[in-house]
Design a protein around this ligand. Sequence first.
Ligand SMILES: Cc1cc2nc3c(=O)[nH]c(=O)nc-3n(C[C@H](O)[C@H](O)[C@H](O)COP(=O)(O)OP(=O)(O)OC[C@H]3O[C@@H](n4cnc5c(N)ncnc54)[C@H](O)[C@@H]3O)c2cc1C
Length: 372
Amino acid sequence: MTGWLGWPFFEERHRVLADCVERWCAGRDFSHGRDVDAACRTLVADLGGAGLLQPCIEPDVRSLAISRATLAAHSGLADFAFAMQGLGSGAIAIAGSEAQRAQWLPEVAVGKAIAAFALTEPETGSDAANIAMSARREGGGWRLSGEKSYISNGTIADVLTVFARTGGEGHAGISAFIVRGDAPGLTVAERIRVIAPHPLARLRFEEVPAELIGQPEQGFRIAMQTLNRFRVSVAAAALGFARRALAEAIAFTSTRKLGKATLADNAVTQAGLAEMALGNDAAALLIARAAWAQDTQPGDPRRAAAMAKLHATESAQKVIDMAVQLHGGAGVTCGVKVEELYREIRALRIYEGASEVQRQIIARDLVREHRG
Ligand SMILES: Cc1cc2nc3c(=O)[nH]c(=O)nc-3n(C[C@H](O)[C@H](O)[C@H](O)COP(=O)(O)OP(=O)(O)OC[C@H]3O[C@@H](n4cnc5c(N)ncnc54)[C@H](O)[C@@H]3O)c2cc1C
């Protein structure tokens, strides 16, 4: 599953990391009960204990991508637990003061503090520049009021990076804040159940004490910088799911009888397998390019990150659907791996910028480039 690591985008340290993550996954039983909060806490603590959360607080996008592609191939929840430590602490890593970084990043990296990223609101998702949550100054600090929706780790976070309005309309009036999970006035208004369960909540903020990250009105830029980095890693998670789907499809069709031969000997099946492999390798190339460019090249990372997320998530959905199809009835049976992957992949085409938003980012960048 790790063939891409030989490509020139990656270095020896990435191959060592992939090996560590793979070995950690190989020895683990990822099954869990209905309590996803508890399962997630355990995963964060174990990943942290094994030193595997370190890439979450460092700027190397290739390490994030490799970790997520490897984890997702084994467990959607493990990938989620890993990713949220990075996304949730990204604003602190990018723009936090020395004191804020020293207080939170080491705890996040060892899995002692669970992190969350709170941008979306009940009335504002894709249109993030129009969030309504208000922030008002009080003494030397700030108080936040409003609601955030679809917040991953919302039920279990120890630290949240929250985006709220300190100035006028649009993206220019948004600032970034740190909120403690146990802050007075912060409550879980609703647990949100989704098709691939993980801790997800609508949160209510009533005069919640908060600490500013960076300068006022820099919040939207900080959020977009964080998302540019993590969009590439969402693409990598999609690739991990899709690679696992292809592996499952090859294993299943190689033993499933079709007349005197197996399904894998059938030309139509083979065409499907070839398309799946092509989709995966094209996604891997776009991810490797986007991650390598962010790590090593100057310039705007938006277009490459958007292309990687758009293609990898859309292609993974098709690859996984094909794997389900090749499994026949077994593919839609609860508990079968491809059925789980079918549920896991869906949200990746929506969160951290829906596919339509990624197309918009790419097209706007092309037009901007054309106009000079
Ligand atoms: C499982 C899950 C986890 C999440 N975790 C987090 C989290 O941790 N933190 C957080 O802040 N948010 C989180 N979100 C929220 C997520 O980022 C939003 O759902 C996403 O941004 C879309 O916003 P929305 O749901 O309000 O849909 P809307 O913005 O209402 O969009 C609905 C649909 O309209 C279409 N659309 C949107 N914009 C355009 C456009 N410009 N052009 C054409 N079509 C368009 C797309 O098809 C889109 O899916 C999560 C969501 C899910 C499902």
